[in-house]
Design a protein around this ligand. Structure first.
Ligand code: XIL
Length: 373
């Protein structure tokens, strides 16, 4: 057995309590207490997402974990149109301002997500009144004012922005959303120009899922080239990274990182987690089924170890690309917070993150930390 493999088994065995009194215990606990952000400080920043539960009256243990392990914060839903701009002319700045104040007082780098998306947005945005859709000029004006109002307000406080989120389908075609249908395909360019006009220094990111799929990856490479040709500002690509135990093939992820880096932009892994539940069949709408929710009571050790191995393999790939990657954000802290408990099927018990429901670091956490010991 090689040294890496032995180290991995020891780290996960310790975290499962399998060899509780083994000589490595002190090493493992000091490793954990150093914090992931410090362990990876020469490689890339490590981030997580937070919501109002952390900003307003946080549980002490959770706050301690976030401060120890993560250096960059993203908000999970606060900047989404439906929350921050629920109706025309009405802005809800309370939580966003709180996020910025919290970041400042605890010394976090802040990432904003997202300025423009077609999901979690009120339908009223696209209409002048019921049954009367806005025309191109009016919708474009609204897009520009939404993007620039937010980017301008948080200039200097939010370091990077997902300017446009999820504009492409897996086959590389544009998502048929209201922005495309009314403004046209250059809505993506216009959003980036508006963001740059409002904030000359923030890192501007195009963010999407499944970017390891070759058709989608190549379309985003083409987008970067279009941007460069037309002098539209773009600094980085955000690869979301909602992965599972057996998808995707990590060599495809590696190829995508290389492809974006070759175009001269930076890469962020923006929304990582490792789903451990069975995937629903692709036919029809997924509905709840007990057979698709096998770990309601607890996560069996064998699956926990498989997940640790998967996180470890993933981080090995990321470390290989450390010169191209600026940030790796895990999409949540403890398993109970993960959106994967409700997606793509509502009401399951998933275990996708690095900390369990009692705020204890999981084997996955130790496997990642062990890479930097
Ligand atoms: C998810 C949030 O985590 C959930 O709380 C919310 O209900 C739905 O959106 N891609 C994205 C994120 O860019 O904004 C999504 O976040 C997950 C998929």
């Amino acid at each position: 057995m090689n040294l890496q493999r032995r180290k991995f088994i020891k780290a996960v065995a310790l975290s499962l309590g399998v060899i509780a009194c083994a000589p490595g215990l002190a090493i493992a606990s000091s490793r954990a207490s150093k914090g992931l952000k410090n362990l990876f400080s020469n490689d890339f920043e490590i981030g997580t997402v937070v919501g109002p539960e952390l900003l307003i009256n946080p549980k002490k243990e959770l706050l301690e974990i976030v401060k120890r392990d993560f250096g960059v914060l993203t908000t999970e839903n606060i900047f989404k149109w439906e929350n921050i701009h629920p109706t025309d002319g009405h802005w809800n700045w309370v939580y966003a301002d709180e996020f910025v104040a919290f970041g400042k007082s605890h010394d976090f780098v802040l990432h904003g997500h997202p300025l423009l998306w077609h999901s979690q947005i009120p339908v009223g945005v696209f209409h002048e009144r019921k049954d009367k859709p806005l025309n191109r000029n009016a919708l474009l004006a609204k897009l520009e004012s939404h993007v620039s109002t937010i980017a301008d307000r948080y200039k200097g406080a939010i370091t990077s922005w997902d300017v446009v989120n999820e504009a492409f389908e897996d086959d590389g075609s544009l998502v048929q959303n209201r922005w495309l249908q009314t403004v046209g395909p250059d809505y993506i360019h216009l959003a980036f120009r508006a963001a740059r006009a409002a904030d000359s220094r923030a890192t501007l990111i195009y963010n999407d899922y499944n970017l390891w799929k070759p058709e989608k990856r190549d379309r985003v490479v083409q987008l970067i080239r279009e941007f460069k040709a037309k002098q539209v500002p773009i600094d980085a690509i955000g690869i979301q990274g909602h992965i599972g135990l057996d998808y995707p093939d990590l060599s495809h992820l590696s190829a995508a990182i290389s492809a974006f880096a070759r175009e001269g932009v930076r890469v962020h892994l923006s929304e990582l987690e490792v789903d451990v539940l069975p995937s629903p069949s692709r036919d029809g709408l997924p509905s709840y089924d007990l057979a698709l929710d096998p770990y309601r009571e607890n996560l069996p050790d064998s699956v926990s170890l498989a997940q640790a191995k998967r996180y470890e393999e993933l981080f090995k790939v990321l470390l290989k690309h450390r010169d191209s990657i600026d940030r790796v954000t895990i999409w949540g802290v403890t398993d109970d917070q993960s959106w994967k408990n409700d997606f793509p099927i509502e009401g399951r018990t998933n275990h996708a993150l690095l900390f369990d429901r009692d705020q204890r670091p999981k084997p996955a956490y130790h496997a990642i930390a062990a890479l930097k010991s």
